[in-house]
Design a binder for this molecule. Structure first.
Ligand code: 5GP
Length: 316
């Protein structure tokens, strides 16, 4: 079947983790007759609330590799350490049958499906009111420090993607946003364009910091400026902290020498993560500890009693 004969539509919800995509998707499925979730293949275990083939087609790692070999997947990505992929036949059959589908797909996969079925895919970007809002939602749902700090690094890249989408809607109030989304989906399902582009401008800084310590004391700059550097969120915060250590103190160290708050692959989570906002400006601080070999003096710095505990329970 050619794309002109295909009458179905896939609504792809994109946006950073914690923007509320999943709740909105569930709400739309409950409210719009005929709308169902596109089940994508995944190797993650099924949750109690889920059904095989409804949210996902749950497969083993070997089965997933076989799907790749058979070219059954339109795309696939690793998301939070698990494999996910769009089953080409499942999607095409539903589009050919004129079905309305909705899915929450991460950005790289979303771009592929958008390019592959331009006439049948509607991209809806869900924007958080601020990055702080994402931080709060991730904390509230109990995401670990490693998960939160790793996902937050993707946020600028994800926010920039709003421009590539058909719609961008602000999720500042779940009920209001759900109503906007309802209008978008019902209009698009009838081949009409809905209005509703709400562009947000975000103003933020990512800062990687390191706090050297020796026994019970920490080395702090006298000026009050943190020992750290701003970084582009596509860079590694731990590497940036090490660069700051070398530039300001002349201390060369490697990532293994830093004390963080857990690892995920090559990502070292910060020992502490702090979020601050001043007016509209948001600052995300990734703070690492570094154990000094001796209590050396450095110009412009002073040793102060530590306020934090180090992971082995011994005060810094
Ligand atoms: P969950 O495990 O919560 O159902 O999905 C986790 C995340 O995986 C979703 O938020 C979405 O971003 C991503 N995801 C789900 N299915 C697919 C898929 O088929 N392809 C890609 N690239 N990402 C997916």
């Amino acid at each position: 079947m050619t794309s002109t004969q295909r009458t179905g539509k896939l609504f792809v919800m994109v946006g950073p983790a914690g923007a509320g995509k999943n709740s909105l998707m569930k709400d739309m499925i409950a409210r719009i007759p005929g709308l169902r979730q596109l089940p994508t293949a995944t190797t993650r275990p099924m949750r109690d609330t889920e059904q095989q083939g409804r949210e996902h087609v749950f497969v083993t790692h070997e089965e997933f590799l076989r799907l790749i070999d058979q070219d059954a997947l339109l795309e696939h990505q690793v998301v939070h350490g698990r494999l996910y992929g769009i089953l080409r036949q499942t999607l095409e059959d539903a589009l050919d049958a004129g079905e309305l589908l909705i899915a929450d797909i991460e950005i790289f996969g979303a771009q592929i499906v958008q390019r592959s079925y331009p006439d049948n895919v509607c991209m809806i970007f869900v924007q958080p009111p601020s990055i702080g809002d994402l931080v709060q939602r991730m904390e509230a749902r109990g995401d670990s420090l490693v998960e939160r700090t790793k996902r937050l690094l993707r946020v600028p890249m994800e926010l920039a993607y709003a421009n590539e989408c058909d719609y961008a809607i602000l999720n500042d109030d779940l009920q209001k946003t759900a109503d906007t989304l309802f209008n978008v989906i019902t209009a698009e399902a009838q081949g009409k364009r809905a209005i509703g582009m709400e562009r947000i401008r975000y103003d933020y800084t990512y800062l990687a910091q390191v706090v050297p310590f020796y026994h019970h004391e920490v080395l702090l700059p006298l000026s009050g400026d943190a020992l750290g550097l701003t970084f582009d969120s596509s860079a590694s915060p731990a590497e940036t902290a090490l660069t700051a250590l070398e530039q300001r103190l002349g201390v060369r160290a490697s990532q293994a020498d830093l004390i963080g708050g857990g690892v995920d692959g090559s990502f070292l989570a910060p020992y502490r993560f702090e979020y601050e906002s001043e007016g509209a400006h948001e600052t995300l601080r990734y703070i690492y500890l570094y154990r000094m070999e001796e209590r050396a003096e450095f110009e412009g710095f002073q040793w102060m009693p530590a306020r934090w505990e180090v992971p082995n329970g011994e005060p810094a």
